[in-house]
Design a protein around this ligand. Structure first.
Ligand code: AMP
Ligand code: MG
Length: 408
């Protein structure tokens, strides 16, 4: 058996990043930037007020001031100026007028009417108070988002604030999903003896989409070497990663590993990973495209995707370092997580609960097993939102701590 981290390292290394493309900013969410985003202009473009109030000379405060103008957001301040003992009414986001160096907020003025031609600043302010300087958010020439960073919704806002309609990102991976098995049936019709309803492909396609990859449904393929070969050749030519399910165990009808071996030009590896579930796993690159031979058991299939497919495809999309992986949290297992020694790392499907603590204490994660842990028990997987990493041995005693990969 091969240790999990060794297999993960090998897979991630083989999943080289895809080429950059220029895309509309709104379509870039979930991709990584292929080049630094540099501000071509200052944001904000000119000094403006962060508060509703009056623009003043700081040295004149506190005290009574004569109102000489009104500046709402969007107004042009040209020709307006604040002289000694004067003030201009100003609304959040409006440009600072000539002569003013601070803003006294409405809250710090003696209550009055908008049309009053005098105001009284009840407090003294320092120069610069409530003034947002030009370039305070992004200065022209500054790298605002570095290459490699994920394009978040916030980043889309930044690009818009800079007037940038497009950005250069690592291409979104097209991920082909095909399942193998003569027993598999799609849809809700009656089952003949020996048949089962297929669940791996729908679950994988959903996962692939939820990860922000582009999903390509390649259908169900019969347990026939020639058919599997043709399907994998076609998939590798049209996709950036291929997920197959089934056919990687020890059985006579397990053709995927033989076909992958033949097609992958010496890059093929067939693993017995030292984990439970998801022990069998085949991997190789076909025409430069990584092909993940995931096991057929529904739970093993999804766990295997989580452990190998997700980080591998994320690397293809330009993620690196810890951003390849799920966050790990230390959680308490109130009921314990029992197991027997077998030389494997157990990935226990658990449901998490976040327990609020008294002020000043960190929150606590609790994890509990939900339902059967058998590798075909998909319902337990469906309600799990973390994988507890239970090392070889007798398990986690009640109340003890265990590291978990957060899937939520
Ligand atoms: P295999 O890895 O092909 O030997 O399949 C292992 C087990 O998983 C068998 O019980 C299969 O019937 C089941 N299985 C394989 N593929 C799927 C699938 N796509 N959906 C649901 N069950 C599957
Ligand atoms: Mg099969």
């Amino acid at each position: 058996m091969t240790p999990l981290d060794e297999v993960q390292r090998l897979v991630v290394q083989a999943c080289t990043p895809l080429a950059p493309v220029e895309v509309p900013a709104a379509e870039a969410v979930g991709c990584t930037l292929a080049a630094d985003v540099v501000a071509a202009e200052d944001v904000p473009p000119w000094p403006n007020t962060g508060m509703d109030g009056v623009a003043v000379r700081a040295a004149d405060t506190p005290g009574r001031l004569r109102v000489v103008g009104y500046l709402p957001a969007g107004a042009d301040p040209a020709g307006m100026a604040v002289g000694a003992g004067q003030a201009i009414r100003i609304m959040t986001g409006a440009p600072m007028p000539e002569g003013a160096d601070a803003v006294v907020p409405v809250e710090d003025l003696r209550p009055g009417q908008p049309e009053d031609d005098e105001v009284e600043a009840l407090i003294g302010v320092q120069p610069g108070r409530h003034v947002r300087p030009a370039g305070g958010d992004a200065a022209a020439g500054e790298v605002v988002l570095p290459a490699g960073a994920e394009v978040t919704p916030g980043a889309v806002g930044v690009l818009a604030s800079l007037g940038l309609a497009t950005c250069s990102v690592v291409r979104r991976a097209r991920v082909g999903v095909l399942s193998t098995g003569d027993e598999l049936v799609e849809g809700s019709g009656p089952l003949r003896p020996g048949q089962i309803r297929e669940s791996n492909r729908p679950a994988l396609l959903a996962t692939v989409r939820a990860e922000g990859f582009e999903a390509v449904d390649l259908g169900i393929v019969a347990d026939d070497e020639a058919v599997i070969r043709a399907a994998i050749v076609e998939a590798a030519a049209t996709c950036d990663a291929v997920l197959t399910t089934g056919g990687v165990s020890m059985g006579d009808a397990d053709h995927v590993k033989g076909v992958l071996d033949e097609l992958s030009g010496g890059t093929f590896r067939w693993f017995q990973v030292a984990i439970r579930p998801a022990k069998p796993f085949a991997f190789g690159t076909v025409a430069g495209t990584p092909v993940f031979g995931l096991p057929g058991n529904p739970v093993s299939c999804l766990v295997s995707f989580e452990l190998f497919g997700r980080p591998g495809i994320r690397r293809r999309m330009g993620f690196a370092g810890e951003r390849l992986w799920r966050p790990v949290v230390a959680a308490e297992a109130p009921d314990g997580l029992r197991r027997r020694p077998d030389g494997k790392l157990h990935l226990v499907r658990v449901a998490t609960e976040l327990v609020p603590q008294d002020d000043g204490h960190p929150v606590r994660w609790l994890v509990r097993e939900r339902g059967s842990q058998a590798s075909n028990a998909l319902t337990a997987m469906a309600v799990a939102d973390a994988l507890a990493l239970v090392p070889d041995g007798d398990g986690v005693p009640p109340g003890a701590s265990v590291n978990c990969w957060l899937l939520r």
